[in-house]
Design a binder for this molecule. Structure first.
Ligand code: NAP
Length: 484
């Protein structure tokens, strides 16, 4: 199968925070791969910006080192790297003070697509927007890309939206949630809306429950001070997992376009019931396996921040009434895995007896590792043993289905940056979506704070706190095993 690469229009992309971790690990290697893949036109420019006093040469050397470290060996082509680096320059600029802005103005060309990537701390988003406007660098045709976290509660998200709205219209603002850039997540929409097979069953009548799991093996090492201001609810549930839930639960949009898709996602968020405290399990990993526990890393021995969260969520609308969505995420768990599992109900009447070995149909959408989908179906166990049933996966691994092309599946950041250049906002969060998500999250967090709620300890390498098992057991269900 040959994948089609459609080049985007020539662009100038300014990366504020161009020397930071995200730029080096994701944004710049991703742009290189799009250049290598023929999608980034030769007549495009990348301008890194940060406070450090660097020459263009020194910055190019930094980018070359980032490509060396974060691009797989078989994708490194020395000639292409040299060509790519020739399109990169640097400006020393501070978001909070004058200096550097006039130089930036001379570097950004009118007449091409112009995008400004705010890969800096969110506290600087407002300053950057204001300076771009004051210096006449960004006009009504430019785009800005903003990173997470987008606020830490409803009030701060509203304030940030209001600040950006002073200088940019909503159709110029691209709020990144990199989960939406993952191939499988988009494939979820293709599977739902390009096939007749699934959508008729996609409702409470046929779906028993949905599980969404994002499990990590790493702890908060080195990021403890930051994470202590966040926790699993703000870091994972309010944004990434909420977006996954929306894509599963939303009604078919009338068209695959930004307004239609985002309208449908917003309706899902607004339909979420408030979560009862008894439907939430918070956990914090303990010391073990030669590593300190969460509190040792957080620098606060009394930290009550959750590194694990499991929730039972209800979507109150006609389609989903009665079908729970179980969400769980955590650090220092048994394996690194992200998946969505949709478990279907029993057939209305079984013609097989109770010993036949029947199990539910499950559609598993794997985000990592090994992106792809499995549909677990029942077949007859081969052989002469009578009518015994066995569950087998109809495996839709991208690596198998696409062969060599799977290597070229762009990483989430690559795809999203190309979407910014194309001016396609479908996979970016709209301001009202982000606010609605915080409006649902805020009371939960405020409840913990008011009660001084302390998370339950769990062992590193486990599948989370004991109570999380009970969250499903009491409903007669069980979590899928966390395995890599
Ligand atoms: P980082 O490694 O701390 O880099 C911050 C960047 O901002 C550096 O280039 C820094 O360079 C620049 N900077 C700091 N103060 C500045 C100022 N006053 N004016 C202009 N530039 C300034 O941070 P990061 O990890 O790359 O994260 C960047 C953003 O992405 C944050 O919003 C973060 O939450 C988000 N994010 C990061 C990741 C990740 O994996 N790293 C994942 C998701 C989201 P100078 O110090 O030289 O100015």
């Amino acid at each position: 199968m040959v994948s089609r690469v459609i080049p985007v229009d020539p662009f100038d992309l300014v990366i504020f925070g161009g020397t930071g971790d995200l730029a080096k690990r994701k944004i710049l290697p991703g742009l290189y791969r799009r250049f290598l893949g023929g999608q980034m036109p030769a007549d495009s420019r990348i301008i890194g910006g940060a406070r450090a006093d660097l020459t263009d040469e020194a910055y190019r050397a930094m980018v070359a080192a980032a490509i060396d470290e974060f691009v797989p060996p078989d994708r490194k082509n020395p000639e292409v790297i040299t060509d790519f680096l020739a399109r990169i320059s640097y400006v020393s600029i501070d978001a909070t003070v004058e200096g550097g802005w006039e130089k930036l103005k001379t570097l950004v060309r009118p007449g091409v697509v112009r995008a400004f990537y705010f890969s800096v701390a969110p506290a600087l988003f407002g300053d950057l927007a204001e300076k771009l406007h004051q210096h006449g660098i960004a006009d009504t045709t430019c785009r800005i890309v903003v990173e997470k976290p987008f606020g830490r509660d409803l009030a701060s998200a509203k304030a940030l939206n209001a600040t950006l709205a002073k200088y940019f219209t909503e159709d110029q603002i691209y709020r990144i949630d990199h989960y939406l850039g993952k191939e499988t997540v988009q494939n979820l929409m293709a599977v739902r809306f390009a096939n007749i097979l699934f959508e008729p069953l996609w409702k409470a009548e046929y779906v028993d429950h949905v599980q969404i799991t994002v499990a990590e093996t790493v702890g908060v090492n080195g990021r403890g001070a930051y994470y202590d201001t966040s926790g699993a609810m703000r870091d994972m549930i309010q944004n990434h997992m909420m977006q996954l839930l929306c894509l599963i639960a939303m009604e078919p949009p009338y068209h695959f376009d930004p307004a239609a898709v985002r309208d449908e996602k917003l309706k899902v968020i607004r339909a979420l019931d408030a979560v009862k405290p008894s439907d939430i399990v918070r956990g914090q990993y303990l010391a073990g396996g030669g590593e300190g526990g969460y509190v040792e890393h957080s620098e606060n021995p009394n930290s009550k921040t959750e590194s694990y969260l499991a929730l039972k969520v209800s979507v109150s609308n006609w389609r989903w009434k009665g079908t729970p969505f179980y969400l769980r995420t955590g650090k220092r768990l048994r394996a690194r895995t992200s998946e969505i599992a949709i478990t279907f109900k029993e057939p209305p009447h079984s013609i097989f007896d109770e010993t036949s070995g029947w199990k539910e149909n499950v559609l598993v959408i794997r985000l990592q590792p090994n992106e792809g989908m499995d549909l677990l179906v029942m077949i007859k166990e081969p052989g002469p043993g009578g009518m015994r049933l066995t569950q087998v996966p109809l495996d839709m691994s991208f690596a198998d289905a696409l062969g060599e092309d799977a290597e070229d599946v762009p990483d989430a950041y690559e795809r999203l940056i190309m979407d910014v250049i194309r001016g396609n906002q479908t996979l970016f969060m709209r301001g009202d979506e982000v606010e609605a998500a915080w409006a649902w999250t805020d009371p939960i967090i405020q409840g913990w704070e008011a009660r001084g709620h302390k998370p339950q300890g769990y062992d590193p390498g486990s599948s989370g706190p004991e109570d999380a098992l009970m969250l499903m057991h009491r409903d007669g269900r069980r979590w899928r095993e966390i395995k890599g």
